[in-house]
Design a protein around this ligand. Structure first.
Ligand code: C2E
Ligand code: CA
Ligand code: CA
Ligand code: CA
Length: 279
């Protein structure tokens, strides 16, 4: 048994080395990507379920790797987070999201928000407020059009410290949404104390509507409680008309998902907005 244990240890060490090496390579590639602007943003519309109008778009990062082609965020955000590169990448996202939204507003006159995802390390960065103000000042976007998405897990820990941080962010004039709601462990009493504007119901709960009656009840319960706390609710990952109808019938405010649109390039978003303006 001892031998076996040692082999296993050996095996894990090699795995770890392979992992560390892969991470090191990706770190270098990410530095290169930042320097040579290999990132772009996709924009996914969020619609008001009652009016059908687009109220907001979520900025989602894409990496156009010189040899691998399109790389999705799930395969590099965690490395960026572990290596600290998420801070400069996050600043790039903030700045570009604000810049493109400002450009879109100037082109179309539409009054829509841009939502930007924050990672844990960005949230913990004491210079975050400064980065936000810089992005707004440099691009001329008014803060009311910027929304920041934070996940439940980032909000765990010292409630006073978290609340203060959220308050400082709100003082810049931006709004805040809790992303992937329901996937973490935040209690409802905790939620009550947080100065946030909206909740995004995790795609996990929406996916199996209408087949999974538990998911349906959880979703409608989240909506009801959120409304009692004066929060707006966004459903994520809406793919079918049935899901949309269920959410509308249960007073969900906004929805986002392939049923409405996939994440779009800036040009396609511009076209989409023009097409939906006259509906
Ligand atoms: P997220 O914030 O929960 O973003 C929603 C993800 O769900 C996006 O994947 C989006 O393309 C996908 N999605 C939207 N509608 C549907 C649908 O109807 N069905 C399905 N199956 N998927 C849908 P994406 O773009 O691959 O992003 C994955 C995650 O990467 C994001 O999850 C977010 O956590 C992270 N991420 C993306 N961009 C950024 C960024 O700029 N900064 C940071 N820190 N994280 C980012
Ligand atoms: Ca998000
Ligand atoms: Ca989400
Ligand atoms: Ca389920």
């Amino acid at each position: 048994a001892k031998e076996h244990g040692r082999d296993r240890y050996h095996f894990y060490t090699e795995e770890l080395n392979a992992h560390a090496l892969k991470q090191l390579l990706m770190e270098q590639e990410l530095r290169h990507a930042l320097q040579f602007e290999e990132f772009t943003l996709g924009f996914q519309p969020q619609v008001n379920l009652t009016t059908g109008k687009i109220v907001s778009v979520e900025a989602l990062i894409r990496w156009h790797h010189p040899s691998k082609g399109l790389v999705m965020p799930d395969s590099f955000i965690s490395v960026a987070e572990e290596t600290g590169l998420i801070n400069p990448i996050g600043r790039w996202v903030l700045k570009n999201a604000c810049m493109q939204m400002k450009m879109l507003q100037d082109l179309t006159g539409s009054a829509i928000k841009i939502a930007v995802n924050l990672s844990a390390r960005q949230f913990d960065d004491p210079k975050l407020e400064q980065s936000i103000e810089e992005a707004l000042n440099e691009t001329g976007l008014e803060p009311e059009w910027l929304e920041l998405e934070v996940t439940e897990s980032m909000l765990m820990g010292d409630i006073q410290a978290v609340t203060n941080k959220l308050k400082r962010l709100r003082q810049t004039g931006v709004s805040l949404a809790i992303d992937d709601f329901g996937s973490g462990y935040s209690s409802l009493s905790y939620l009550k104390k947080l100065p946030v504007n909206a909740l995004k119901v995790d795609r996990e709960f929406v996916r199996d509507i209408p087949e999974d009656s538990n998911d349906m009840e959880i979703t409608s319960a989240i909506i009801a409680v959120a409304h009692k706390l004066q929060l707006k609710v966004v459903a994520e990952g809406v793919e079918t008309a049935e899901q949309k109808e269920y959410l509308l019938a249960n007073q969900c405010d906004f929805a986002q998902g392939y049923f409405f649109s996939k994440p779009l390039s800036f040009e396609d978003l511009y076209i989409y907005l023009n097409e939906h303006k006259f509906k």
